[in-house]
Design a protein. Structure first.
Length: 259
């Protein structure tokens, strides 16, 4: 069993806070500013989610970005000069493991999407409840439009949430789905003014806390069952194809948009 003090400051891009009633907030950031996805984040998200899962004092998880961005962009420049994965990453579970650890959580997860989620938007939209600020949008910059096969759960997630035709267009073209459209499609549950986003998130979390812990746990397990099953069916092939492409062409560090 983990204690918050043991893992709270272990992870460079993930700031953790917890309220007295067990609402733990995982805030994405890069040096205290808007979060830019990178290799370190890919490596660390899996273990931080496992630490949260193993801490029995955590009752609801809130995911949020920093400033007015959820995930601002991506930066693979820390890779080796030959553009190959550093060894610790090839030995990790990568995006596949991140979603496994997200689905393994036995507590409700609420995403407070405080701005654009241009990379790994699946982390937000696979939450049990998705709230978004008016400036939020969802995009997949990290895969096909940047020279990569859509792995990491992207393929499965978006086809299940918005249907195969919309999802394929989304991934082929890198188009942006803005908050209002995401709400109309059922991807976002509520659009909330930026200054009210976290207060509304905690209001919903405390509404969940009115039910016994075991009820919350089993409801979470039941309601994500189909998503989790689809992930396990798709993840191995998608990640194999993504990594094979990466190994052949190298990561797209020089063509991904800089932030």
């Amino acid at each position: 069993m983990s204690q918050l003090a043991e893992y709270q400051n272990l992870y460079r891009h993930f700031h953790l806070e917890r309220t007295e009633d067990g609402i733990v907030t995982l805030r994405f950031h890069t040096d205290g500013g808007p979060f830019v996805w990178n290799i370190r984040a890919l490596r660390d998200l899996d273990p931080v989610l496992q630490d949260i899962a193993h801490d029995r004092d955590n009752n609801v998880l809130v995911l949020v970005g920093t400033g007015n961005q959820f995930i601002a962009g991506i930066d693979y420049r820390p890779l080796q000069p030959d553009r190959t994965f550093p060894y610790p990453i090839t030995a990790s579970r990568g995006g596949h493991g991140n979603l496994e650890s997200l689905f393994a959580l036995h507590i409700p997860v609420i995403a407070a999407v405080n701005g654009p989620a241009r990379v790994h938007s699946e982390l937000a939209v696979l939450s049990d409840v998705v709230l978004a600020s008016p400036n939020a949008l969802f995009q997949d910059l990290a895969h096909f439009v940047s020279g990569m096969v859509p792995g990491d759960g992207t393929n499965m997630t978006w086809q299940m949430l918005i249907g195969p035709n919309r999802a394929r267009y989304f991934m082929w073209t890198g188009r942006e789905i803005h908050a209002e459209e995401a709400h109309a499609l059922g991807v976002v549950n509520e659009i909330v003014p930026q200054e009210q986003l976290l207060p509304r998130t905690y209001e919903l979390a405390r509404q969940m806390l009115q039910q016994p812990k075991l009820v919350r746990k089993h409801t979470r397990q039941l309601l994500i069952r189909n998503l989790r099953k689809a992930h396990f069916e798709e993840a191995a092939l998608a990640d194999t194809l993504e990594i094979a492409t990466w190994g052949y062409y190298g990561p797209p560090a020089d063509i991904l948009p800089k932030v």
